[in-house]
Design a protein around this ligand. Structure first.
Ligand SMILES: *[C@@H]1O[C@H](CO)[C@@H](O)[C@H](O)[C@H]1NC(C)=O
Ligand SMILES: *[C@@H]1O[C@H](CO)[C@@H](O)[C@H](O)[C@H]1NC(C)=O
Ligand SMILES: *[C@@H]1O[C@H](CO)[C@@H](O)[C@H](O)[C@H]1NC(C)=O
Ligand SMILES: *[C@@H]1O[C@H](CO)[C@@H](O)[C@H](O)[C@H]1NC(C)=O
Ligand SMILES: *[C@@H]1O[C@H](CO)[C@@H](O)[C@H](O)[C@H]1NC(C)=O
Ligand SMILES: *[C@@H]1O[C@H](CO)[C@@H](O)[C@H](O)[C@H]1NC(C)=O
Ligand SMILES: *[C@@H]1O[C@H](CO)[C@@H](O)[C@H](O)[C@H]1NC(C)=O
Ligand SMILES: *[C@@H]1O[C@H](CO)[C@@H](O)[C@H](O)[C@H]1NC(C)=O
Ligand SMILES: *[C@@H]1O[C@H](CO)[C@@H](O)[C@H](O)[C@H]1NC(C)=O
Ligand SMILES: *[C@@H]1O[C@H](CO)[C@@H](O)[C@H](O)[C@H]1NC(C)=O
Ligand SMILES: *[C@@H]1O[C@H](CO)[C@@H](O)[C@H](O)[C@H]1NC(C)=O
Ligand SMILES: *[C@@H]1O[C@H](CO)[C@@H](O)[C@H](O)[C@H]1NC(C)=O
Length: 433
């Protein structure tokens, strides 16, 4: 006994040091971000430090977009297509014998902001039209697109209506491989929380935003207030301005009656209520989805109160708050940390950094931050560098400026000018001879 105690005392400081060193630049497995506040949504937790999937891993089913952080509302919902275009698998595609119109019915009625289509035929990428009702009476208002890559297009619409059905039609539809409909990101993860009291030591309020939706209390991932106290409630404070569109509450799987009649209120910074919801469902739910009014406030406080008067307990196995960052124009990203790079200095989409005006000259890719491939330059990377530029033997390196095509290593003999397209007098003589 005595010896074992000594060994532990010696080891403990070393373990602590190692742990501190590791925690400064790495997160718990399955998390990423500067504050380790984002949950990895790649299959088998294969995330790099920026959340992007490593080793060609794809997003977990039900997630898509940058770092797989966007919930896919179309995932495994009903579609009229013979094959499941919303199965989250980009490798299963429709074929040219299929209909040029498909309908996707969502499980619920949601706010709509954007969708992503992936096609097997890059030539028909822009030949997909979106309607939101079966009679095509609701169009994609103010439609804007941004090309992610050869076969992937994001389509944004400004709808002032909630929808539960979409129709895609056009020549591109028989070549569809995937349809993803954005339900926003979960903004609540690892944000600050408080609750009115504590039952067991492990049932702290942060368990409601730990990304673990397990509904069994004994698995220790639910929050739980002490019984018998009035107004059992939990507060969540979002740390930055957001557009909130949806709340999802995971109920405990046993102890039936506690959430019935719960009240959810969101407040602005000045504690003005900006959204209210009172549960009036006749029957109990395992998961409650509350569609919010889309309001933006600098700081957003979400308060959930249990109103059951028998036990007076609030247990939340998870509280998810879906929406999107509210970034100043010209910025994008989960923390608005990036600057747009669009043609004509236009603003980009906050979700991806993609541009409806196209990328600035010299850039391409989902967020317009990838330089043109070697040998290409200009708007849409459409132009080829002059064949008279001096080249590095390594074909992977640029030999002209990605923006304006100026040759980086000078011109081959006989040519001059920034883009080496003018013949020198020497070359001129040569031609004349
Ligand atoms: C990723 O996929 C590409 C193309 O399919 C393949 O060439 C490459 O080897 C893959 N990389 C890994 C690490 O699996
Ligand atoms: C829609 O409902 C189906 C069937 O219940 C379910 O498998 C799927 O996950 C749901 N999708 C979403 C996005 O809620
Ligand atoms: C919410 O409102 C903002 C600001 O008006 C808008 O940019 C965004 O697209 C809206 N989101 C949804 C899902 O309607
Ligand atoms: C695809 O759309 C383009 C214009 O966006 C149009 O010129 C072309 O004819 C369409 N192709 C087909 C096959 O419908
Ligand atoms: C929707 O678009 C179609 C085709 O462009 C048009 O005929 C129809 O009038 C539009 N409907 C509404 C409600 O704007
Ligand atoms: C994408 O298109 C470009 C030009 O159209 C082509 O050079 C490139 O090989 C394509 N990439 C893929 C992955 O198909
Ligand atoms: C939680 O609150 C503390 C104190 O106000 C603050 O320093 C911290 O940044 C907050 N954390 C998050 C994730 O917002
Ligand atoms: C949550 O915030 C509301 C509004 O400010 C306040 O009345 C309540 O006491 C707070 N609850 C907790 C547990 O902090
Ligand atoms: C969840 O909460 C409701 C409402 O209080 C309750 O009646 C229900 O039985 C709980 N559990 C399940 C599994 O639905
Ligand atoms: C929310 O409910 C409170 C109390 O019933 C009410 O005073 C307030 O106006 C409501 N706010 C909104 C945004 O509905
Ligand atoms: C390219 O390769 C040739 C022959 O291998 C060599 O003479 C020349 O210096 C190389 N040029 C550059 C720019 O590396
Ligand atoms: C390309 O040209 C632009 C505009 O003149 C300049 O700002 C940029 O630094 C150049 N890039 C390289 C790699 O030389």
């Amino acid at each position: 006994m005595g010896m074992r105690g000594t060994v532990i005392l010696l080891l403990a400081p070393m373990i602590l040091l190692t742990w501190q060193a590791a925690s400064q630049n790495s997160c718990d497995p399955g998390w990423f971000g500067s504050l380790c506040q984002y949950k990895c949504r790649c299959r088998q937790n294969k995330c790099a430090a920026n959340g992007v999937c490593t080793n060609n891993a794809s997003c977990e089913g039900g997630w898509f977009g940058p770092a797989c952080q966007y919930a896919d509302l179309a995932f495994r919902s009903y579609t009229s297509a013979r094959w499941q275009s919303q199965d989250g698998d980009d490798k299963t595609c429709l074929t040219s014998s299929d209909s040029d119109s498909i309908t996707v019915k969502l499980n619920k009625t949601y706010h709509f902001s954007w969708l992503r289509v992936r096609l097997s035929n890059p030539d028909l990428l822009y030949n997909v039209t979106v309607y939101f009702r079966r009679d095509n009476s609701l169009n994609c208002t103010n439609k804007r697109t941004s090309r992610v890559d050869n076969t992937t297009l994001d389509i944004h619409c400004d709808l002032h209506a909630k929808v539960n059905e979409l129709t895609l039609s056009g020549a591109g539809v028989p070549h569809l491989c995937s349809v993803y409909i954005s339900g926003g990101r979960n903004l609540a993860l690892r944000q600050n929380t408080t609750q009115s009291s504590l039952y067991e030591l492990f049932a702290t309020s942060d368990k409601a935003v730990d990304g673990n939706t397990d509904k069994a209390y004994t698995k220790k991932s639910c929050s739980h207030t002490e019984g018998g106290k009035d107004y059992p409630n939990l507060n969540l404070t979002l740390s930055r301005p957001q557009h909130v569109t949806r709340y999802v509450i995971y109920n405990r799987s046993n102890r039936r009656d506690r959430l019935k009649g719960f009240v959810l209120t969101s407040y602005s910074q000045s504690l003005t209520p900006v959204f209210n919801y009172t549960d009036r469902k006749a029957s109990a739910q395992l998961v409650y989805t509350v569609i919010a009014d889309n309001v933006t406030v600098p700081t957003y406080l979400v308060n959930v109160v249990a109103t059951d008067t028998r036990e007076k307990i609030l247990t939340l196995c998870e509280l998810e708050v879906y929406g999107e960052s509210a970034c100043p124009p010209g910025q994008y990203g989960r923390e608005c940390e990036h600057t747009c790079n669009c043609a004509g200095d236009q603003s980009c989409f906050v979700s991806t950094g993609g541009c409806s005006s196209g990328c600035a000259a010299g850039f391409q890719g989902e967020d317009c931050m990838t330089r043109c491939d070697p040998g290409r330059y200009g708007l849409g990377c459409q132009s080829s560098c002059s064949q008279f530029c001096v080249r590095d033997n390594d074909t992977r390196t640029d030999f002209c400026n990605n923006t304006n095509g100026a040759c980086l290593y000078g011109c081959q003999d006989g040519y001059q000018g920034p883009t080496c397209t003018e013949g020198t007098s020497l070359a001129f003589n040569h031609i004349q001879n």
